[in-house]
Design a protein around this ligand. Structure first.
Ligand SMILES: O=C(O)CCC(=O)C(=O)O
Length: 223
C-alpha cells in the first residue's frame, strides 16, 4: 500500500509514524525553506535565460527540458560545451547540498536545471550508477516525489510531498534500491538536481556506454 508523508517545516530523516513504521525509506532526507522567496525569484530568472533542451533518452524526447553544468558527464541531447563551469549563482545551492548530505559542497560536480512545464513529469528511474548522492532543490510549485521498490510480484510505494524552496536528499537505500518519479505537473516547476560522483568512477565514454547498457536492461527512463 502507498504511504504518503507531508512535513512542511520539519526535517525528515528516517522518521517513523505513530505505529513505528518508517514513513519514508532510509537515506531520504528533507529540509524545507532552504532558500528565501527572493533567492527563488532571482534563480528562476536565471533559469529562464538558459538554453534549455528537451531531455533525450534513447531517441525519446521527454517533455521536461534541462540544462547541465559540470563537464564530467554530458546528457544525451546536450551539446558538449567548452565552458560548462558551475556559475557562481549556483554555489549557494552546492552549500545546501553539502549541508543536507554531509558530503563536501565541492563534491557536487554535476548540476542539472530541469523545467517542468504543465504536462511534464519524470518517469520511474534510479539515477545513473556513477553518481553517489542526489540532492533536489525545488522552485515555484509543490510536487509529489513518488517512490517504489519491488516487493515480490508487487511494488511497495511511498510518496514524499516536496514544497518549493525545499531540498531533499536521496542517499543509500532510497537512492540505490528505490526508484523515483514525478507525475506530470499541472503548473510550471523548476528543480535543480545536484549529484556527487562515486569514488573511482570511470571515464566519460565508459560511463555513457555502461549506463546505456544498464539502462536499457533495467530502467524505463533514466536521469
Ligand atoms: O525534479 C526533481 O526533483 C527530480 C529530478 C530527477 O529525478 C532526476 O532528474 O533524475
Amino acid at each position: 500500500m502507498a504511504r504518503s508523508a507531508t512535513k512542511k517545516s520539519a526535517d525528515i530523516d528516517g522518521m517513523k509514524d505513530l505505529f513505528g513504521e518508517p514513513e519514508l525509506p532510509s537515506g531520504f532526507r528533507y529540509l524545507s525553506d532552504v532558500i528565501s522567496d527572493t533567492q527563488e525569484r532571482d534563480l528562476v530568472a536565471r533559469f529562464e535565460k538558459l538554453d534549455l533542451k528537451p531531455f533525450e533518452f534513447h531517441g525519446y524526447k521527454g517533455n521536461r527540458r534541462i540544462y547541465t553544468f559540470g563537464h564530467r558527464y554530458v546528457f544525451a541531447g546536450q551539446e558538449a560545451r567548452e565552458d560548462a563551469r558551475i556559475p557562481d549563482y549556483l554555489k549557494p545551492l552546492m552549500e545546501i547540498a553539502g549541508d543536507i548530505s554531509g558530503t563536501p559542497a565541492a563534491g557536487f560536480e554535476q548540476i542539472m536545471v530541469t523545467e517542468y512545464a504543465a504536462g511534464a513529469g519524470i518517469g520511474w528511474h534510479r539515477d545513473r550508477p556513477m553518481y553517489e548522492d542526489i540532492v533536489g532543490i525545488s522552485f515555484l510549485a509543490p510536487c509529489a516525489l513518488r517512490l517504489r521498490k519491488r516487493n515480490g510480484d508487487d511494488w511497495e510505494r511511498m510518496s514524499a510531498h516536496i514544497e518549493p524552496r525545499s531540498a531533499y536528499l536521496l542517499h543509500g537505500k532510497v537512492r540505490n534500491v528505490w526508484q523515483h518519479s514525478i507525475a506530470p505537473m499541472d503548473v510550471l516547476r523548476y528543480s535543480v538536481t545536484l549529484r556527487s560522483f562515486r569514488p573511482g568512477h570511470g571515464t566519460q565514454e565508459e560511463e555513457v556506454g555502461g549506463a546505456r547498457k544498464r539502462s536499457a536492461r533495467k530502467q524505463s527512463s533514466s536521469a
